[in-house]
Design a protein around this ligand. Structure first.
Ligand SMILES: *[C@@H]1O[C@H](CO)[C@@H](O)[C@H](O)[C@H]1NC(C)=O
Length: 165
């Protein structure tokens, strides 16, 4: 085989894996513990499909790795809330719970961002003091909101000027 062929194989193997960077393989033990949980909860019964999935559908519109980490941190915290209400005396339940706790601590910084959103949702926007603060912050906020777009817009214009096509 020519060196070009080797290079081609090397690139195709590596490029084909770019899409899988954000997916990890679940450890075998955890997978088998999840399977036991599915039996406990009758989660493979057909009625579970009624109304569609609650989490996996949502992931479709969150495509960037960093975005997904934020959504995952919230979803995992919901799972942990669920585990607070189920009996963790069985080993497989405890194992899955511990695995999720570890995942949650990996996503701690992303979870802080979710907390920002939840705190903002609680702001009393009919309060006059809050309204005065909000109006005071409006211009700098709008500038920050528009600036990244403005920058890529400028870059696009420069690029198209250099293009002879
Ligand atoms: C699962 O199904 C079994 C058998 O029908 C039933 O006894 C059990 O209560 C069900 N468990 C749950 C969590 O729905």
């Amino acid at each position: 085989m020519s060196s070009q062929t080797y290079l081609f194989i090397f690139l195709s193997v590596h490029l084909s894996c770019l899409g899988c960077l954000d997916s990890t393989i679940i450890p075998f033990q955890v997978q088998s513990d999840i399977d036991k949980l599915k039996i406990d909860f009758n989660s493979s019964n057909s009625d579970v499909a009624d109304g569609g999935p609650i989490f996996t559908e949502k992931l479709k519109s969150w495509t960037e790795v960093n975005e997904r980490r934020i959504l995952f941190s919230h979803i995992i915290s919901l799972y942990l809330k669920m585990f607070e209400n189920i009996d963790t005396s069985k080993a497989h339940v405890r194992n899955v719970h511990e695995y999720l706790l570890a995942k949650k601590s990996n996503l701690a910084n992303d979870y802080k961002k979710i907390n920002d959103i939840m705190e903002l949702a609680k702001l009393p926007m009919s309060d006059l003091k809050i309204q005065r603060k909000a109006i005071n912050e409006l211009s700098p906020l709008l500038q920050k909101l528009d600036s990244p777009t403005a920058r890529s817009e400028r870059r696009r214009r420069q690029n198209s000027r250099g293009c002879k096509c």
